[in-house]
Design a protein around this ligand. Structure first.
Ligand SMILES: NC(=O)c1ccc[n+]([C@@H]2O[C@H](COP(=O)([O-])OP(=O)(O)OC[C@H]3O[C@@H](n4cnc5c(N)ncnc54)[C@H](O)[C@@H]3O)[C@@H](O)[C@H]2O)c1
Length: 347
């Protein structure tokens, strides 16, 4: 079977997409596009066979390209993803889908209109511990989940925000610690606990010269009747943890990023033995809790391969824009609540 032609648009995190596509048995990494020549040259040295573009219109005119990873600053995702789908390319879009629900909706609308495939990078769903946690939730082993606590306690230096000029801005990043870093955990929260009904939030800028926030704290109410707290920050030196904690009538599960810390389920034949097994198997994790650098490749390999196989097998990618838009809605509702001091209800 002919291998699919893969291209990367934007060569920051796009380099992780490139490595994943190059490692795939089902695709050839054939091109990259960036307006930054230094980055393009660096890419060209690693992948000498690949075609290099500085013009997006030329990239989408390349007939050998089937799939494009959209790895541009967040506010550019909708414009470029829609244009690529209209040109007959499948797209894999970095998180967040875009920075407002309205812009994110354009991507889903274009996917349905063009019939092209669109997937979204929320790679934490592929963390090793997430499969058993999601399965325990879906199998009802936690009973009725009443409470969740989620906390993204990460750290970023000021130099991180100074790079590229778009991070930590409302116009281009759509926010700060919540929209950029914690959106991964927002994704896990609604994936595990269901649709959000309302949010009541506060936010602050504590430790960076930015215009948005480096700390948010929210009380989340779900349509199911459950409640959660959600905290995000990039001020927790040196990057402490990503807590994902679920408490139900049937038991409790606590995770830190990709590690399982607590596994207590009432329906277990032997609670302690099962917990011991789960901690032995998933207690060490596959990546660092507070930084994407080491963990990125693990998750990105899965997401990129899923996208390639979706096109090859003519099925949907596992994470669709219609699902990823929920995270953008929740994040924007949290910001609105923090700005107005009012509880914000989601549709
Ligand atoms: N999934 C993850 O863990 C993860 C990690 C990091 C970043 N991201 C997301 O990926 C996206 C990119 O982040 P980044 O850190 O790589 O940013 P970055 O600023 O390092 O890279 C973006 C690249 O896009 C290029 N670019 C800008 N406009 C362009 C244009 N018109 N045509 C071609 N290239 C253009 C820039 O020159 C730059 O090289 C963001 O949405 C971010 O939220 C996701």
């Amino acid at each position: 079977m002919k291998k699919l032609g893969y291209a990367i648009l934007g060569l920051g995190i796009g380099m992780a997409h490139a490595e994943a596509a190059a490692a795939s048995e089902n695709a050839d990494l054939i091109a990259a596009c960036d307006i930054d020549n230094t980055r393009l040259e660096k890419f060209g040295k690693i992948y000498p066979e690949a075609r290099l573009y500085t013009d997006f219109e030329e990239l989408i005119a390349d007939r050998d390209i089937d799939i494009i990873s959209i790895c541009l600053p967040s506010y550019m995702h909708a414009d470029f993803a829609v244009r690529a789908m209209e040109a007959g390319k499948h797209v894999l879009i970095e998180k967040p889908l875009d920075i407002t629900p309205q812009r994110a909706a354009l991507i889903e609308e274009a996917r349905l209109r063009t019939g092209m495939k669109a997937g979204v990078v929320h790679q934490n769903r592929f963390n090793l511990n997430m499969y058993p946690i999601k399965k325990a939730v879906d199998d009802g082993r936690l009973g009725r989940i009443n409470l969740g606590t989620f906390a993204v306690k990460w750290f970023r230096e000021q130099s991180y925000y100074d790079r590229g000029g778009w991070r930590g801005t409302w116009e281009y990043d759509g926010g700060g610690s919540l929209m950029n870093q914690a959106v991964h955990t927002v994704d896990l929260m609604h994936w595990l606990m269901g649709d959000v009904e309302s949010v009541t939030s506060t936010m602050a800028i504590y430790n960076h010269n930015i215009k948005t926030e480096d700390m948010t704290a929210s009380l989340i109410k779900f349509k199911s009747g459950a409640t959660a707290t959600f905290v995000s920050t990039t001020c927790a030196y040196p990057g402490i943890s990503t807590e994902i904690m679920l408490y139900g009538t049937g038991g409790s599960i606590e995770a830190d990023a990709d590690m399982i810390k607590t596994w207590k389920l009432r329906d277990s034949d032997d609670e302690d033995e099962e917990e011991e097994l789960m901690i032995e198997r998933y207690g060490r994790g596959n990546l660092k809790a507070s930084s994407y650098e080491e963990g990125t490749l693990y998750g990105h390999r899965h997401v990129v391969e899923d996208m390639i196989c979706a096109v090859r097998d003519d099925r949907d990618p596992q994470i669709l824009p219609s699902d990823a838009i929920k995270s953008v809605e929740i994040v924007n509702a949290i910001y609105e609540s923090a700005k107005t001091g009012k509880t914000v209800y989601l549709k």
